[in-house]
Design a binder for this molecule. Structure first.
Ligand code: BES
Ligand code: ZN
Ligand code: ZN
Length: 485
C-alpha cells in the first residue's frame, strides 16, 4: 500500500474513490447539491464506520465518493480516524478501486491524525491469506491512497512517515505471527528477525542452544528440551547516532512458536490457536523495524526467546528443578506455564546486556482473557514512571491497556518447598501470579509486563481489521521509544 499526502481542491481530485469522513448530522453542501436524495432517504446518518458509496456524483471528478461516517464530531480523535481509514480500504476491497483519496479537512489535518490515517490504511488492507494459492480470484485490494489535506496544513511529512512506519511494523508482526507452526519454527523466526534487521540496518545476533547452555539459561532450555526444534535467543539492537537519553530500553517478546503445554498437555479442542504464542516476539521484531526507521534518541534492544513447547521423550517433567540464568532455581509444577520460564532468562539476559528499562509482551495466561476479554491488554509494572510512559504510548498507538495489580501478597503463591520459586500459583488471579513470577527476575530494574493473550489475535474480523494476528503491542513499543522521557 502506497500512502502519500496531496494538497488539492476536492471536486477536482481524479481518483477511483474519494473518501469523505462525515460526522453525525453533517450534510456536505456539494453532496446535497448533487445527490441530496441520499440524505433525505435517511441512508446517511454519519454514525461511526457507516459507509455509503456513491457513483458519478455531479461536480466531482472522482469516479466514486465514499461517505465515511465518523460519529459525533466532538468525539472524533486519532484512534477513530485510524479505524475509519482502515475500514474504508476494507470496504473498498473487491470493488475495482485500486487507488483512492481520503480527505482531511482543516480541522482534522493534524500531525496525529495524519499519522493515524496512514497507519490505518496500511493495517486495513492486510489479509491473512498468504498461503492461499488461488491468486486470480482473490478480491482486489486498494493499492494506493493519498491523504488530501488543505493547502495551508503544514508540518505533516514527519507524521506521515511515522504512521507508515508503524503501520508496516504492525504488518510485519502479523506476517510473522500468521505463519503456521510447522513453518515458523524458532529457527525460522530467527531468520525472519535477521531479514528485518538486515533491511533496516540493525544488528542481530542469535544465540543457539550451545551458547545458551554456556551462559546458564537453564530455565529456557528446560522448556526447549522437549522439542526436536532447537530453541534460540534472538537479540536485535538499535543504537541512536545522537543519544538524547542515557537509558537503554529493552523490549522482550515471548516467542513460543507452538505451545502444546508439554507434558502438562493442553486439551485438543482449539489447540491450533497456540501457534499464536509467539505474537509478543513478533511484535518486538516489527517494532524494531519501525524504530530503526524513525530513529528515537534512546538505545533499544529487542530480545526474543523463541522455543517450541512439546511433550517429546526428552521433555521436562512436572517436578523438575531448573537453574535460571539469574541463579534462582525453579520447581516446574506445570510445563504449560512455559512462557514465564523463557521470559525469566530473557529478562535476566536483557539486564546483562545493559538495559536500564524493560517492557515484555507475552501471550502469557488464559486468565487475563477471563479478566479483560479481548479489548484491553493487561499491564503490570514495578515502576510508576515507566508505567505512566507506557500508558501514554498506548493511547497514542490506540492499543488499549489496563493496569493490573502486582501486590506482594501474590508472591506467597510462588513459594516452593524444594527450590527458590515454583512456576505456578493457584488458579485464582493466574495472570497476577504469572506477572509476579517475572517480577522476581526484573528485580529493581524498571519494568512493565504486558499480557496480550486476549488481544494478540482477533477470532472474528472487525470492519477495520482482518481476522488473525493484530500486531499488538508493536505500536505502543514504538511510541514509547519515540516519546522517551
Ligand atoms: N500460552 C498460554 C497462555 C494462554 C492459555 C493463552 C490459554 C490463551 C488461552 C500459556 O503458556 C499457558 O498455557 N498458561 C497457562 C498457565 C497455567 C498452567 C498456570 C494458562 O493460562 O492456563
Ligand atoms: Zn503454556
Ligand atoms: Zn504459552
Amino acid at each position: 500500500m502506497q500512502v502519500k499526502l496531496i494538497r488539492q481542491e476536492l471536486p477536482a481530485v481524479q481518483t477511483d474513490a474519494l473518501i469523505l469522513p462525515e460526522a453525525e448530522g453533517v450534510q456536505r453542501a456539494e453532496i446535497v447539491a448533487a445527490a441530496g436524495a441520499i440524505y433525505e432517504s435517511g441512508e446517511v446518518s454519519g454514525k461511526m464506520l457507516e459507509f455509503v458509496l456513491l457513483h458519478g456524483v455531479a461536480g466531482f471528478a472522482a469516479k466514486r465518493v465514499l461517505l465515511a461516517g465518523s460519529g459525533k464530531a466532538d468525539k472524533l480523535d486519532a484512534a477513530g480516524l485510524r479505524r475509519i481509514a482502515a475500514a474504508a480500504v476494507r470496504f473498498l476491497k473487491g470493488k475495482g478501486v485500486s487507488e483512492a483519496v481520503l480527505a482531511l479537512d482543516a480541522a482534522l489535518a493534524t500531525p496525529a491524525n495524519v499519522a493515524a490515517v496512514a497507519e490505518g490504511l496500511i493495517v486495513g488492507v492486510w489479509e491473512p491469506d498468504i498461503h492461499k494459492t488461488d491468486k486470480e480470484n482473490k478480491p482486489k485490494l486498494v493499492e494506493a491512497v493519498s491523504i488530501a489535506v488543505p493547502e495551508a496544513a503544514a508540518g505533516l511529512d514527519a507524521a506521515l512517515e511515522q504512521g507508515i512506519a508503524i503501520g508496516e511494523a504492525l504488518n510485519v508482526s502479523r506476517d510473522i505471527s500468521v505463519e503456521p507452526p510447522n513453518l515458523l519454527t524458532p529457527t525460522a523466526m530467527a531468520e525472519r528477525a535477521r531479514e528485518v534487521a538486515k533491511a533496516a540496518g540493525l544488528s542481530c545476533e542469535v544465540l543457539d542452544e550451545n551458547r545458551m547452555r554456556q551462559l546458564g539459561m537453564g530455565s529456557l532450555l528446560g522448556v526447549s528440551q522437549g522439542s526436536a526444534e532447537p530453541g534460540v535467543m534472538i537479540v536485535m539492537q538499535y543504537k541512536p547516532e545522537k543519544a538524547t537519553s542515557e537509558g537503554h530500553l529493552g523490549l522482550v517478546g515471548k516467542g513460543v512458536t507452538f505451545d502444546t503445554g508439554g507434558i502438562s498437555i493442553k486439551p485438543a479442542d482449539g489447540m491450533e490457536k497456540m501457534k499464536y504464542d509467539m505474537c509478543g516476539g513478533a511484535a518486538v521484531i516489527g517494532a524494531m523495524q519501525a524504530i530503526a526507521k524513525l530513529k528515537p534518541g534512546i538505545a533499544v534492544t529487542g530480545i526474543i526467546p523463541a522455543v517450541e513447547n512439546m511433550p517429546g521423550s526428552k521433555a521436562q517433567r512436572p517436578g523438575d528443578i531448573v537453574t535460571s540464568l539469574s541463579g534462582k532455581t525453579i520447581e516446574i509444577l506445570n510445563t504449560d506455564a512455559e512462557g514465564r520460564l523463557i521470559l525469566a532468562d530473557a529478562i535476566t539476559y536483557a539486564k546483562q546486556l545493559g538495559c536500564t528499562h524493560l517492557v515484555d509482551a507475552a501471550t502469557l495466561t488464559g486468565s487475563i482473557v477471563v479478566a479483560l476479554g479481548t479489548t484491553s491488554s493487561g499491564a503490570f509494572a514495578n515502576d510508576d514512571a515507566l508505567l505512566a510512559g507506557w500508558m501514554e504510548a498506548s493511547k497514542a498507538a490506540g492499543e488499549k491497556m489496563w493496569h493490573m495489580p502486582l501486590d506482594d501478597e501474590y508472591r506467597d503463591q510462588l513459594k516452593s518447598v524444594y527450590a527458590d520459586l515454583q512456576n505456578i500459583g493457584t488458579r485464582a488471579g493466574g495472570s497476577c501470579t504469572a506477572a509476579m513470577f517475572l517480577k522476581e527476575f526484573a528485580g529493581d530494574t524498571p519494568w512493565v509486563h504486558v499480557d496480550i493473550a486476549g488481544t494478540a489475535w482477533l477470532d472474528d474480523a472487525k470492519p477495520f481489521l482482518a481476522k488473525g494476528p493484530t500486531g499488538i503491542p508493536a505500536g505502543t513499543f514504538v511510541h514509547l521509544a519515540l516519546n522517551w522521557k
